[in-house]
Design a protein around this ligand. Structure first.
Ligand code: GLA
Length: 679
C-alpha cells in the first residue's frame, strides 16, 4: 500500500511568530500547528481573558520556575473547544498553574475528545512542575481543553497550557468552535406618545432633609403633572414634575401622581416614607469610572447630565450623575490639572483644577432635575492615588453636603484595618507611611469601622446622601453592610466588558439575595454597555445577547444600575436596553427583593424574584455558546394553576400556560418574563 503520510520536513526550531511549527511540501503530509496561533480572546473562562503566549494577567508564562514562550494562558473554569474534523494526529503540550498566583489556587486540567476524557492532570497546585501529555487524536472531531477549579473555588486559578501543539493532516486546521456574534436586534417597542409614569414607586426621605424627586414620565410634551395627597411641606412643579420641599414628621404618605398630555393621562400610586431609611429602591444613574477613569473633568460630568436629559433616559427614572475618582488633587501626578493644594489650611478637601467650581457643577446637575454623586476612600489615598478622607471624614461629609451632593461612593484602597489602632497616634502619619503590615482587609471589626465612621458623618448632614460601599465583598460585607449604614455594597472586584467578567460576577450573586432589601442592596458593579473603556471608550465587547443578559440579570438582582458608558455616544441599541420600563420595574420593585437562582442544569439557569404585585419576574438564561431550550416548571417556582406569561423585553403577552414555561434562548442570552396568575 502507498504510504499516505510522509513527514517531509521536521523542524525543531520554533518560529516565534508563525503558526506553522513544521511545514510540509506534500498536501497529504503532516503539519504541526501551535494552538496559540488561534484567536483565543473569546474563550470562555471564569475570570479575565485567555491570551496567546501570555498568562491571564498578561505576563510571560512561568510554571514552577520554568519560563514558557508558547502556549495559552487561561483561568479556571475555562474551556477551549476545538474542531479538528477528523484531521488531527497528535496533540501534545504541558499544563500547570502559573507562578504569578504566588502560591494560591488549584486546578484540574482535562482534555476530552468527542465528549470522552482522554487525559487529566489530576489536582495541580502552585509550584507543581508542568505535566506533559502526548495524545493520539486521530479521527477526533471535537477536542476540548478544560481547566477546572480544584474544588476550592476558582480564585487564583491561573491555568497555563504551554508548548501546546497539534499535528494535522489533509491541510486540516484546528478551529475554535465559538459561534459568530449575533445581530444587534432591538426588541423593545418605542415608548408611547401618551403619558406613562415610570421610575420608583416608593421614595424614602429623612425628616427635615430637602425633598428631591422628579416624576419620571414618557410621552409627548407638553405634559402637566399633578398629585393627590401630597403631604404639606411638599410642592409639585406642574411643568417639570419636580417635587421639592421638606417633611418635618416621620410617617408614610400615599400619593396619587398624574401626568397628562394631549393624548391622555396616566396615574400612579407613589409612597413617600419619611424616616431614617433612604435609597429604598436601587440607585439608577451614571458613573464616570468605566468610561473616563482618570480623565474625568467637570465638562464630561456636565455632558453626561445633558445627555441623560436629551436622550430621554431621565424620563425612565435614571437620576444620579456620579463623579468617581480623580476629582481630588493627586499625590504626585505630573499632570498640572491634577495638582494643587490638597486641603485648605483648616483641612477642607480641595478639588483639583478640573473641578474648580464644584458648587457650580452640582447646581448645574440639579438644575437638570438630576442628582449628583461623589467618591472617596477611608484611607489617605484613593485607588487612583488622589486625596482620600483619612482623618477628615466628618469634614469631608460636611463639604459634600455643602456642595449639595446626593450620593457618596466610598471605596477602600490604601486603607488598612491596622490604621484603626493608630488614629490617635500623633507620631504616625498615614499620608507618608501608610504601610503597616496587615494580613488583609477583612478584619471582622476593624474592616467595618471606617465605613461606620463615614456613615455617622453623613447621618449628621442636613441632606440625604446615598451611601455606596465599595470594598469588593471583603469580610462578607453583605452580612454587615446594613449595620454600617450602606445603601449598597460592592460584592466583587471591578467588572469589565467581557462575557467572562460580567457573567462570572452576575451569576456569582446566587445566595446573596437574603441580604438585599429596601434601602440596602448588593452591588455587582456598574453596567458595561455602550462605549466603555476606562479612559479610552470603545463599543462594549459584550455581544447583543450578552448585553440583554447583563441588564436582565442586574434588574433581577435589584442591583444599583449605574451606566458606565460615554453618554454622548449612546446608540439606538444601547438606549433601547436602558429604556425598557417593564424591565426597569423589575429592578425598582418596591419589595426590594433580589432574585435567587431557582434551577441550574449545566449552562441553563433560571432566576426569579417576587414582585410586589404578586407576580414573579423570571429570567431564563443560557450560559452556553449554542441556542438551547430552557424550561421552568411551576413547582420550581412554587406556583400553581394557569399563569399568564409576558415577555418583558418585547413587552408582549405570550399567553396562558399550565405547569411550565419553555423558551428557546440564544447563546449567552436570556428570555425575561413576568409570570402572574391568569385572570
Ligand atoms: C476601584 C473601584 C472602581 C473605581 C476605582 C477608582 O477600583 O472598584 O469602581 O472606583 O477604584 O480608582
Amino acid at each position: 500500500m502507498k504510504h499516505l503520510f510522509k513527514k517531509v520536513l521536521v523542524c525543531t526550531i520554533c518560529f516565534s511568530l508563525g503558526s506553522v511549527f513544521a511545514a510540509s511540501q506534500d498536501t497529504a503530509s503532516e503539519e504541526t500547528i501551535w494552538l496559540s496561533s488561534l484567536d483565543v480572546s473569546r474563550v470562555e473562562q471564569g475570570w479575565g481573558q485567555a491570551r496567546s503566549n501570555r498568562s491571564v494577567d498578561n505576563r510571560r508564562m512561568m510554571i514552577a520556575g520554568q519560563r514558557y514562550q508558547n502556549g495559552i494562558g487561561t483561568h479556571a473554569n475555562s474551556s477551549i473547544p476545538l474542531l479538528l474534523d477528523g484531521n488531527g494526529v497528535e496533540l501534545s503540550g504541558r499544563a500547570g498553574l502559573d507562578d504569578e498566583t504566588r502560591n494560591r489556587g488549584s486546578v484540574v486540567f482535562q482534555i476530552t475528545a468527542d465528549g470522552k476524557e482522554i487525559w487529566t492532570s489530576g489536582l495541580m497546585r502552585p509550584g507543581d512542575a508542568a505535566k506533559e501529555f502526548t495524545l493520539d487524536v486521530k479521527g477526533v472531531k471535537a477536542l476540548t481543553l478544560l481547566a477546572l477549579d480544584g474544588g476550592d473555588g476558582f480564585d487564583y486559578d491561573h491555568a497555563d497550557w504551554v508548548d501546546l501543539k497539534i499535528t494535522m493532516i489533509n491541510n486540516g486546521k484546528p478551529k475554535l468552535d465559538i459561534p459568530p456574534i449575533e445581530d444587534a436586534v432591538i426588541l423593545t417597542p418605542k415608548p408611547a406618545a401618551s403619558p406613562r409614569i415610570n421610575g420608583a414607586k416608593v421614595f424614602g426621605v429623612r425628616p427635615g432633609s430637602p425633598f428631591l424627586f422628579r416624576i419620571a414620565a414618557t410621552g409627548d410634551r407638553p405634559m402637566t403633572f399633578s398629585a393627590d395627597g401630597l403631604p404639606s411641606g411638599l410642592t409639585l412643579d406642574s411643568e417639570t414634575g419636580q417635587i421639592t420641599g421638606k417633611l418635618e414628621k416621620a410617617g408614610e404618605y400615599k400619593v396619587m401622581l398624574h401626568a397628562k398630555n394631549a393624548l391622555g393621562r396616566a396615574d400612579r400610586e407613589f409612597r413617600i416614607i419619611c424616616g431614617s431609611q433612604i435609597g429604598l429602591t436601587p440607585a439608577m444613574g451614571w458613573n464616570s469610572w468605566n468610561c473616563f477613569a482618570s480623565a474625568v473633568t467637570a465638562e464630561s460630568i456636565k455632558a453626561a447630565a445633558d445627555a441623560m436629559v436629551k436622550s430621554g433616559l431621565i424620563d425612565h427614572g435614571w437620576t444620579y450623575i456620579n463623579i468617581d475618582d480623580f476629582w481630588q488633587v493627586h499625590r504626585d501626578s505630573k499632570d498640572p490639572t491634577l495638582q494643587g493644594p490638597k486641603r485648605s489650611p483648616d483641612g477642607r478637601i480641595l478639588p483639583n483644577p478640573r473641578f474648580a467650581d464644584m458648587k457650580g457643577l452640582v447646581d448645574y446637575v440639579h438644575g437638570k432635575g438630576l442628582k449628583i454623586g461623589i467618591y472617596s476612600v477611608p484611607g489617605p489615598w484613593t485607588c487612583g492615588g488622589c486625596v482620600g478622607s483619612f482623618g477628615h471624614e466628618l469634614q469631608d461629609a460636611q463639604q459634600y453636603a455643602e456642595w449639595g451632593f446626593d450620593y457618596l461612593k466610598y471605596d477602600w484602597c490604601s486603607y488598612n484595618p491596622a490604621f484603626e489602632d493608630r488614629r490617635d497616634d500623633k507620631d504616625w502619619n498615614p499620608y507618608t507611611s501608610p504601610n503597616i503590615q496587615y494580613s488583609g482587609g477583612d478584619h471582622p471589626i476593624k474592616g467595618r469601622a471606617p465605613f461606620k465612621r463615614m456613615h455617622e458623618a453623613l447621618a449628621q448632614q442636613p441632606r440625604d446622601i446615598i451611601y455606596s460601599l465599595c470594598q469588593y465583598g471583603m469580610g462578607n460585607v453583605w452580612e454587615w453592610g446594613t449595620e454600617v449604614g450602606g445603601n449598597s455594597w460592592r460584592t466583587t472586584q471591578d467588572i469589565n466588558d467581557s462575557w467572562n467578567s460580567m457573567s462570572g460576577i452576575g451569576f456569582r450573586q446566587a445566595g446573596l439575595e437574603k441580604h438585599a432589601g429596601p434601602g440596602h442592596f448588593n452591588d455587582p458593579d456598574m453596567l458595561v454597555v455602550g462605549h466603555v473603556g476606562w479612559g479610552n471608550p470603545k463599543p462594549t465587547k459584550l455581544t447583543p445577547n450578552e448585553q440583554y443578559t447583563h441588564i436582565s440579570l442586574w434588574s433581577l438582582l435589584a442591583s444599583p444600575l449605574l451606566i458606565g458608558c460615554d453618554m454622548t455616544k449612546l446608540d439606538e441599541f444601547t438606549l433601547n436596553l436602558l429604556t425598557n420600563d417593564e424591565v426597569i420595574e423589575v429592578n425598582q420593585d418596591p419589595l426590594g427583593r433580589q432574585a435567587g437562582r431557582i434551577t441550574q442544569e449545566g449552562t441553563r439557569e433560571v432566576w426569579a424574584k417576587q414582585m410586589e404585585d404578586g407576580s414573579m419576574a423570571v429570567g431564563l438564561f443560557n450560559r452556553s455558546q449554542r441556542e438551547q431550550t430552557v424550561t421552568i416548571t411551576w413547582s420550581d417556582l412554587e406556583i400553581t394553576g394557569q399563569q399568564s406569561v409576558r415577555d418583558l423585553w418585547r413587552q408582549k403577552d405570550l399567553g396562558k400556560f399550565t405547569g411550565q414555561f419553555q423558551a428557546q434562548v440564544g447563546r449567552h442570552g436570556v428570555v425575561l418574563v413576568k409570570i402572574a396568575p391568569a385572570k
